[in-house]
Ligand binder design. Structure first.
Ligand code: ADP
Ligand code: ADP
Length: 207
């Protein structure tokens, strides 16, 4: 069974009801796979991701987790235990070290997680701002992994990274999907990187 589904989902922002951002869309997501949500800026990728993460609710239609529709009561549980979201700007706590940031994610051993994502020991106790963009992105992913949630939702993980580092991050996310049986959903506007995904969802600008 699909772990996450969007069923007949429509969405507009309350501040601009004229602009239908999502128009009756249907998507399904499995564990053990990496999905890319691909499309130009303004297509609604971030909007879809925030609905899947339970940060907001569809105007019409439903988001289902493990076959059950998310109700407004269930949103907190969904955000806390089912999904972990990696923001575009990393949202790391800038006066803390990588170890301390990953600890904030919840369970798991920060050292193991930082090892998994390939951050060398010598960086673990530095201030995160002394790390490169690629390293900060990976620390943010490690923090999301600490939650043990099935869903790993990642917004433009490679936007600020050079090509080689972007490939490393995408390969890392794919490995996490396959080896840890997570459902990884990555928003990107990079067609080449999207080809690495097990499935691609294409979104077009329609406003
Ligand atoms: P991206 O395309 O990289 O997802 P955007 O530039 O579309 O980022 O949006 C950046 C932030 O501004 C997001 O938090 C988004 O919700 C907000 N935003 C974008 N467009 C509008 C808008 N028309 N009115 C209010 N907030 C907006
Ligand atoms: P993408 O992530 O594909 O760049 P977004 O989901 O950020 O697209 O935005 C889709 C559309 O919704 C854009 O036209 C954007 O301007 C609009 N939008 C985004 N956030 C808001 C917001 N908070 N209020 C009003 N409009 C928004």
């Amino acid at each position: 069974m699909m772990i996450l589904e969007a069923k007949s989902v429509s969405y507009y922002y309350k501040s601009n009801k004229e602009a239908l951002i999502l128009d009756d869309v249907n998507y399904g997501f499995d564990c053990g796979k990496m999905y890319a949500i691909l499309g130009p800026s303004g297509a609604g990728k971030t909007t879809l991701l925030s609905l899947l993460a339970g940060l907001d609710v569809p105007v019409k239609g439903q988001i289902l987790y493990d076959g059950k529709p998310l109700t407004s009561k269930g949103l907190t549980t969904h955000r806390k235990y089912h999904s972990s979201l990696v923001f575009q700007n990393y949202n790391l706590i800038d006066y803390l070290t990588p170890i301390e940031n990953v600890k904030l994610g919840g369970k798991g051993n920060p050292e193991t997680l930082l090892g998994t994502i390939g951050i060398g020991k010598e960086f673990w106790k530095r201030n995160v701002l002394q790390l490169s963009g690629g390293q900060q992105q990976r620390v943010a992913i490690a923090r999301a992994l600490a939650s043990e949630a099935k869903l790993l939702l990642v917004d433009e993980p490679t936007g600020n990274l050079d090509d080689a580092t972007a490939w490393d991050v995408i390969d890392l996310l794919k490995r996490i999907a396959h080896e840890e049986n997570k459902c990884v959903i990555v928003v990107t506007h990079n067609k080449e990187l999207a080809k690495e995904a097990d499935a691609v969802i294409r979104m077009e600008t329609h406003t």
